[in-house]
Design a protein around this ligand. Structure first.
Ligand code: FE2
Length: 377
């Protein structure tokens, strides 16, 4: 059985927090068994661990799902007054925790708090006979949090104390999907809050800005958003979006209204073969944002002289963006729950380092052209 104890480490002097990539991303959902099953059957994830009352985690059910280097944790509550249940009541199913690997969770926590982060949980240790995890938590946008995870003294093959690798749900039938890694994690923040949150990541965590798109760049006649991409300079890449004025409600504003506040909009998962991945996911029953045929007419002209399997891309609904350094192939799933909130992006990079910003405008405009044809615009 694991135990919990408070750390007594003295605060470290303020210094940039050294992160070593994603540890895991945790969803808080209404029914972890069903949500985990959906990620397994539709997206090809494998259940690698489970925690619940029978393993020393009272009041919750929690599944660890892995594919490539991607690690998701899907957790639900078993009582209505549990914080997870209250979170789900307010937000619906969503991403609650963006956890990072560090060498020293206490040092990371104290440095971040000293630089202005709101502390959620002071450093603590979880351990069982497989070793110890050192953890600490700070708040970010909305009710989302970052957990600092030090695995230096943890020898277990699984996520954490309380998690077992016994008797896991079997893998559903389906072709292999081939998702490799987390590419980027996108947050939506309220109108007027983008600058504040960009500064948060710069000041508190020492992140830099990779790109900024203002509402002139990601705008159609009807919908607009502003976006800034912050990064630790390595694996962690986090675009932040803010709604902007258009003739209709920005899709970012729709998210904020529906999720009831800021939160994670999409998780981009990278593959080396987007055609095979999307073919497999479609065969497994995943549905994607539909792309009007009109999009491909303009895309072929926009992308120009690049050898691409256009017919396959169009059949599968994969979007294409051209950058100076290469091409980016991407597709967006339908939202993962009934609320129009979090969804996945599947992305293949052929030399391109961007985020498909050329696509947003082209896709929205193509959708609006189809709406106009139906007389619904
Ligand atoms: Fe994206």
């Amino acid at each position: 059985m694991g135990t919990t104890e408070l750390m007594t480490t003295a605060p470290a002097p303020a210094q940039p927090v050294q992160l070593h990539g994603w540890d895991c991303i945790e969803f808080w959902v209404g029914n972890a068994r069903a949500f985990a099953g959906f990620l397994m059957s539709g997206f090809g994830f494998t259940a690698t661990a489970y925690a619940g009352p029978e393993t020393g985690a009272p009041g919750v059910a929690s599944y660890v799902l892995e594919q490539g280097t991607i690690r998701f944790v899907v957790t639900s509550a078993q009582q209505g007054d549990h914080p997870i249940a209250e979170h789900v009541l307010r937000h619906g199913d969503g991403v609650h925790d963006l956890a990072w690997v560090v060498d020293d969770a206490a040092a990371a926590f104290h440095a971040a708090v000293e630089r202005g982060a709101r502390p959620l949980r002071a450093p603590w240790i979880e351990h069982d006979d497989r070793g110890a995890l050192e953890l600490a938590q700070i708040a970010t946008y909305g009710e989302t949090r970052h957990t600092f995870v030090n695995r230096g003294r943890w020898t277990g093959a699984t996520l954490a104390p309380h998690y077992t690798t016994d008797d896991l749900p079997p893998a559903p039938l389906g072709p292999p999907v081939g998702l490799e890694r987390i590419d980027h994690v996108v947050g939506n923040v309220a109108r007027g809050e983008l600058t504040r949150w960009v500064e948060f990541y710069e000041r508190v965590l020492g992140f830099g800005q990779l790109r900024h798109f203002d509402d002139d760049q990601i705008r159609t006649e009807y919908s607009a958003l502003m976006s800034t991409v912050v990064t630790d300079g390595s694996e962690i890449v986090m675009p932040l979006n803010e709604p902007a004025d258009g003739l209709r409600r920005s899709q970012i504003q729709e998210y904020l209204d529906t999720y009831v506040g800021a939160g994670v909009q999409h998780l981009a998962l990278r593959t080396n073969d987007v055609i095979a991945a999307v073919e497999a996911m479609r065969a497994r029953g995943v549905r994607f944002m539909s792309v009007p045929d009109d999009y491909y007419k303009s895309a072929r002209a926009r992308v120009g002289n690049v050898d691409l399997p256009w017919d396959e891309l169009q059949r599968l609904g994969v979007l294409v963006d051209r950058e100076p350094d290469g091409v980016l192939l991407q597709i967006f799933t339908e939202t993962l729950s009934d609320r129009p909130t979090v969804f996945f992006e599947i992305i293949e990079r052929r030399g391109a380092a961007g985020f498909g910003e050329g696509n947003f405008k082209a896709l929205f405009e193509a959708i609006e052209r189809e709406q106009a044809r139906r007389g619904n615009l």
